[in-house]
Design a protein around this ligand. Sequence first.
Ligand code: FE2
Length: 393
Amino acid sequence: MPKLRSLILLLSLITCIGLSAEEKFALTCQPYLQNLTDSTVTVVLATNRPSVAWVEIAPDDQTHFYERERQKFFDSQFGHKSTGTIHRITVNGLKPDTKYRYRIYAREVFDNGERKVRYGDVLANDVFRKEPYEFKTTGPSGKDKIHFAVFNDIHEDTERYADLFNQIDSKDIDFIVLNGDMTNNMDRMSQLYDGYLNKTSELFARTIPFYMVRGNHETRGRLQNNFIEQFPNSTGQPYYTFSRGPVFFVVLDGGEDKPDNDIEYCELADFDNYRTAEANWLRDVVSSPEYKNAQYRVVLLHIPPVGRREWHGLGEIRRKFLPILNDANVDVMLSGHMHQALYYAPGEEGLKFPVIVNSNVDVMDVNVYDKEIDIKIKGRDGKVNRTYSYPAK
Ligand SMILES: [Fe+2]
């Protein structure tokens, strides 16, 4: 028996080695856009083995991409090209309200840390038989109307995600919000890539940027600290702000839902202190001129600050965030988490602003005009299930 066991072990080892030798250098996560502004954008991608990565940028000027060597932007930090598997390539010096074409590149790198670097295969998107990828920088803030859509609680169901995406008019959409629990947990990056990010890239995100809101499921798993690597933003925290058109957006992170000492967190949770730091940051945000002077203020928070059967995480959100938001002239908060459609008007549950909770089977289609915010909640069949509108204050 021991001999048989050894033989089986040897055979499975040979199979494993054979399979990994055959696996080509490849993208595990297709490219997507983050942090698009009037002068910059970050392209995120991931490879199956360590690599260097870069983006080539070309103007949208009718020339063939091969007309000349295009300007390169590398994933680099402090003067060194990054040699990991997750890449964030920031392109800057762009003109506002301008379309650009781009090509992504990654090259496998064998770096033993002893100044003997070897390079392997290279990959790039095809710009000969296919069109290059493209994006358009934003226009000046505070003027144009904007159109965006919100998805939440997809939980790696790419079919439902694609069906919902097909219900919005994506031709004129400015950006997308992924409002938490897009994945089930962060144990393996392939869960994020195969669970929704590759579908996100395929559906829109090579061209249209999205903003990620951390849900309680994105706080779980041994790779949860990769969240910021995968979704870079202006603060380097899962809570941040951004401005688009007439709207100032505040992205909040409610953290975990149970007390920090719950058995599920293996004594590794420190969310109470985290939410206190976040509340201090939020206090500064709502007193800033950018926030106060915006035409509209929209808050994105996965776990809505409402509910009768209060869990610890919800109680923390209500105690730490709600008093600040109630004094901050919020136009509307968009939430998810509950897997059902709910609405809370100002005056309910201690709120001084409306909260719309999107279900896991609907998409929010939002237009912001000069005079009002217009929200349509659409189902998988395209039917408009609810509408909300808020006039400019
Ligand atoms: Fe959730």
